[in-house]
Design a protein around this ligand. Structure first.
Ligand SMILES: Cc1cc2nc3c(=O)[nH]c(=O)nc-3n(C[C@H](O)[C@H](O)[C@H](O)COP(=O)(O)OP(=O)(O)OC[C@H]3O[C@@H](n4cnc5c(N)ncnc54)[C@H](O)[C@@H]3O)c2cc1C
Ligand code: SF4
Ligand code: SF4
Length: 1010
């Protein structure tokens, strides 16, 4: 047999050749610039290795060509899906092939046979959404289902929460169509169906068979007999050691050898998967335990009831959920007293009775186990869903730990037989304590795979502790005859343990398997076989000597500039974390690359990734670009470079990530900080300056609206505007009005300041472009009996006549000093009202909510904090008053009976969307439906830019516009954001034109006519 020579690879010599040859040979994107390579240098592990380059193939032919060129140039190849691997599987000095953008088709479906064929880049949630109407699903339900690809799941032999019922990937992949590094293409499936006419394939299969026969005894001796074992190659295809057989009849399926091979054997072109009927009925029993030990002791008895999942939530997670207002009620419903741990035991069935009956069995069993009355029974689906969400969110909160100590994944998925689970947890907890750290336990008790990540500081003594803990944990795993990797695979962190787990003889057999498939050693080298040391610090993301550049930041980032105590979690005071960038670098470093910002289904994050599917335009891509720039890894002055500007360019500052990123990466705020430094280094384009200063020149434009509106009315002016200023000619710009709310012909009369209960903060956009919204607010608030005062600049203000402005347009351009000036005017004007006890109410979400967000990091002191606590959007105010029984608002039914609401992204980010629904529901007989969409794509001035026009339209067309167009003509379209309304009007021009209204206008219409 040919033995692979170690690949001698010189990135800088091979990279240039490779890039130019690839560019000529493929239709997809060839990315070799430093920033792109940097963005593909990490996954959800602790490692960072710069790839040679990146290919985003358009088709399989691109991959064929790339592998051929790499073979010739002896450059390794590294397949990548979402890059959410935790062990460093997807980092390496190789050509990275990212399948997610184009290779995402479902290519075959057989309803009768319950099979589907997919390309590797299909994301699990997308597949399941597609299957749902057929009453089917692919049941390997990994937690990263929103971003994980089927190619990556197969690569890692992934496992879901319900693996006890459905098995892992290896139990659900029926065939793999693969490309080998020597150009061979073959379908790997049942042995009897393998193409023996192909000499290369016949030799390969023959060689594999021989290894299997030869090693049978060793396999039986060394391969752990647990369901959850994903380390090494599945050499037991010939005599499966898993608790669940790989095939029903015990026959060999060579696809199963590729599953879990982490891209080291072949490149997957297509997968044939086994489907399952969607369970029609579910019940959930939440068992409350006095101790974690007791919970773990009982797990093995619970699996006897054949549940579909038994998931652990420990005390720390219970407390975290209780501390979160969004989850408190849900978790409280699941608790009986003060349990130390709960187990979520799920039952599924085809009939309604079956899972209910098994839930009763659970109650009975717990009585027999000495814990009567310990089960909370949940039979209604919404309650069950809500509790599963809490389980997921608990992990997210844990991941958001500030400081350099982070929960590190390296023994997070050891699997031990259930009878030893309690002892294992107990002993490992003591190991953590001995090393001055702690871990939170959660997840798959049903299969003995409990997730736990000790908190380690990888910049300091983390590597030493990691090895010490791994050694102690592995000794226990061996003692209990468990698997060192029960879920996440080998990658860089665990390949060195393969020999330990399987013994030297099987480790050599693995090398033989690798060499049979990939004699040149091209495919993802250094993983599973011939691995590096887990604590090789030269491969760490935060290597010894990692430093960030000093930065005088515009915003106050000191809340991130802290350290945490690994044992207690206590944080040091703000500003003490030792970050020379004042905490900004530490905020950026919060991104742990889990890839959740690649999701498509729900929420807002991340619209620019959804529209482009480019890593560069995901929150993660941006955070990585900023981190690399701040740490000098992209060269000198990279922070203010074009590479950073380009990565941030399509960020629409929707703040979706602020709320939805598990670790709280707030890219909108980071973008402002980065733009601040960029404009100081390179200045601003005239167009950006013009938009930024709009609040300053608006009073003049409003005096001569016909002149200011010529751009919209004069033939040819739009084209000229695009050529000179970059405003898209395909857009109409907001029209200037003479009847502004403050100062113009329509100037409002209001209550005097001293007596007002409500102070209306009228933003620049409402004042100049849609004053009727402010008038509607006055009318509604007055109808509710409120004395309303309109906020104005204080006496002594340098520009007393100019309306107040939150400074949003300045922030969008990075002109933070100007924005601070505006903010100071606002704080000065509104603070006296706040001190009097009045509520500040606003209309435009992005403006009002900046009082609760950016104002707090501008160094404006206690007054800004107090203001933030009293600033509400008008619907939030109405709902607050209604709930307190203080609202008496006479409203009559409208002729329209339905309203479709598109909440502004900032409303969603600040939990201010639900109040819109609640406020509109005050109108009798009005049925209110919320649009499920990300950003509208207009995002302030973003969509007016000619360079952004197409992506802006694409964002709107992804979800918002189809729902608006589908709405009955009689349905009211409601959107509180000025730019959202403009986008809807602009993109429904023509026969189906729809006009969206601010919610306050709908309420105004419902006021009884006097
Ligand atoms: C917060 C968090 C939670 C997680 N929860 C789970 C969980 O519940 N269960 C679980 O099993 N895992 C979990 N994981 C790990 C990871 O998300 C899964 O393994 C996931 O299936 C990986 O999918 P991916 O698309 O990100 O693959 P990637 O990480 O991109 O790739 C995974 C492996 O597959 C290989 N690969 C990708 N495409 C191909 C191809 N076309 N041909 C050949 N090889 C290929 C890659 O080289 C790599 O070795 C979790 C990770 C995180 C960060
Ligand atoms: S930005 Fe947030 S969601 Fe995206 S990868 Fe980083 S941590 Fe995950
Ligand atoms: S602010 Fe919005 S567009 Fe920008 S990174 Fe976050 S989610 Fe994406």
């Amino acid at each position: 047999m040919a033995v692979a020579k170690p690949l001698v690879f010189h990135p800088h010599r091979s990279g240039g050749d490779l890039a130019s040859r690839l560019s000529r040979a493929v239709a997809g994107d060839v990315l070799f610039d430093a920033a792109s390579r940097g963005r593909y240098a990490t996954d959800a592990s602790i490692y960072q290795v710069e790839p040679v380059g990146v290919l985003v193939p358009k088709c399989v032919d691109d991959v064929r060509a790339a592998i051929a060129i790499c073979r010739e140039l002896r450059v390794p190849v590294l397949a990548r899906g979402a890059g959410s691997s935790q062990c460093g599987q997807t980092v390496g000095a190789a050509l990275v092939i990212d399948t997610t953008k184009h290779l995402d088709r479902i290519t075959g479906f057989d309803r009768e046979a319950l099979t589907v064929r997919v390309e590797p880049g299909v994301v699990l949630d997308q597949l399941n959404a597609w299957l749902k109407p057929h009453g089917l699903w692919f049941p390997v339900d990994v937690s990263t289902s929103a971003q994980a690809t089927l190619g990556g799941m197969a690569g890692n032999n992934s496992c879901g929460s319900r693996s006890i019922a459905y098995g892992n990937m290896v139990h659900n992949v029926l065939a793999v169509d693969a490309l080998l590094s020597d150009g061979t293409e073959a379908r790997f499936g049942p042995e009897r169906e393998m193409d023996r006419g192909n000499a290369r394939l016949a030799a390969l299969v023959g060689g594999l068979g021989a290894i299997g026969d030869r090693e049978q005894d060793e396999i039986e001796r060394q391969v752990p007999k647990v369901l959850r074992r994903v380390g090494g190659y599945n050499i037991d295809v010939c005599c499966a050691q898993s608790e669940r057989p790989y095939t029903a009849d015990g026959s060999v399926n060579y696809a199963h050898l590729l599953v879990g091979s982490e891209g080291t054997l072949a490149w997957t072109r297509e997968l044939t998967l086994r489907l399952a009927p969607l369970p029609s009925h579910r019940t959930l029993g939440v068992v409350n335990f006095p101790t974690l030990y007791r919970a773990m002791e009982c797990a093995r008895h619970l699996v006897g009831l054949r549940p579909s999942a038994v998931e652990l939530v420990d005390r720390t997670m219970i407390d975290l959920a209780r501390g979160n207002p969004a989850f408190r009620a849900v978790i409280e419903r699941a608790l009986i007293g003060e349990p130390d741990a709960i187990l979520l035991v799920e039952f599924i069935g085809e009939t309604e009775d079956e899972p209910v009956r098994r839930l009763r069995d659970l109650v009975h069993l717990m009585g027999e186990l000495g814990l009567p009355g310990s089960v909370v029974e949940m039979t209604d689906a919404p309650a069950q869903r809500a509790l599963w969400e809490v389980r997921k969110a608990g992990l997210n909160i844990m991941m958001s730990l500030k400081g350099d100590g982070k929960p590190v994944s390296f023994i997070e998925d050891c699997a031990v037989p259930l009878e030893h689970l309690a002892d294992y947890v107990d002993r490992l907890t003591q190991v953590f304590a001995r090393h001055g750290t702690r871990g939170t336990w959660y997840a798959h008790a049903s299969v003995g795979t409990l997730h736990v990540r000790p908190i380690l500081d990888m910049r300091r003594d983390g590597a030493v502790k990691m090895r010490a803990i791994a050694e102690e944990a592995s000794a226990m795993v061996r003692e209990y005859k468990g698997a060192f990797s029960g879920e996440h695979g080998d990658g860089l962190v665990r390949s060195e343990w393969v020999g330990w787990q399987f013994g030297p003889r099987l480790a050599r057999a693995f090398e033989e398997i690798k060499d049979l498939f990939d004699p040149a050693g091209l495919m993802n080298p250094g993983k599973i076989v011939r691995g590096t040391k887990m604590d090789d610090a030269s491969l760490f993301r935060f290597r010894p000597g990692y430093r960030t550049q000093p930065l005088a930041t515009a915003f106050d980032w000191s809340a991130w500039n802290v350290q945490s105590d690994a044992a207690t979690g206590a944080l040091t005071p703000p500003g003490t974390g030792g970050d020379p960038a004042g905490g900004f670098a530490k905020a950026v470093e919060m991104c742990n690359n889990n890839g959740h910002c690649r999701k498509f289904d729900a929420g807002t994050m991340c619209p620019s990734y959804r529209a482009t599917r480019d890593e560069q335009h995901s929150t993660r891509g941006r955070a990585n670009t900023l981190r690399l720039a701040l740490s000098g890894e992209l060269g000198a002055d990279a922070f203010t470079s074009d590479a950073v500007r380009e990565a941030l360019d399509l960020c629409v500052s929707c703040k979706g990530c602020r709320r939805e990123c598990p670790t709280g990466v707030d890219m909108a705020k980071m973008k402002i900080e980065a733009l601040y430094h960029r404009q100081r280094a390179h200045g601003l384009r005239f167009r950006d300056r013009l938009i930024a200063h709009l609040p300053r020149w608006a009073p003049w434009a409003a005096r001569l609206p016909w002149l200011a509106n010529l751009r919209n009315t004069l033939p040819g002016a739009a084209r000229l505007g695009e050529a000179l200023l970059g405003f898209s000619a395909q857009r109409s710009l907001p029209a200037w009005r003479r009847d502004t709310f403050q100062g113009g012909a329509g100037a409002a009369r209001d209550a005097d300041a001293a007596n007002a209960d409500v102070v209306l903060f009228v933003d620049t956009f409402t004042n100049y472009f849609e004053p009727e919204n402010a008038r509607a607010a006055m009318a509604v608030l007055r109808a509710a009996g409120r004395r309303v005062h309109v906020a104005r600049a204080v006496e002594g203000d340098a520009e007393p006549a100019r309306p107040l402005c939150c400074g949003r347009t300045f922030l969008a351009a990075g002109l933070v000093d100007e924005a601070k000036h505006e903010a100071r005017r606002v704080v000065a004007a509104l603070s006296p009202h706040v001190e009097r006890g009045a509520t500040i109410v606003g209309l435009e979400p992005s403006c009002l909510l900046s009082l609760r967000d950016e104002f707090l990091v501008m160094g404006l002191g206690e007054a800004a904090q107090r203001l933030a606590e009293h600033a509400l959007l008008v619907e939030e105010y109405l709902v607050r008053e209604q709930r307190a029984g203080r609202l008496d608002l006479p409203l009559a039914a409208l002729s329209q009976k339905r309203a479709l609401v598109h909440p502004h992204c900032h409303q969603k980010a600040f939990d201010a969307a639900a109040p819109v629904r609640e406020a509109l529901s005050l109108v009798p007989d009005l049925e209110v439906e919320m649009v499920e969409a990300s950003c509208c794509g207009m995002a302030g001035s973003f969509g007016y830019d000619a360079a952004h026009h197409d992506v802006s339209v694409k964002m709107a067309e992804l979800a918002l516009l189809p729902q608006v167009r589908a709405a009955h003509p009689d349905t009211l379209i409601v959107a509180d954001g000025t730019s959202c309304r403009h986008q809807i009007a602009d993109l429904t021009r023509g026969s189906g034109r729809r006009e969206a209204l601010h919610a306050i206008r709908v309420l105004e219409r419902a006021l009884p006519k006097s």
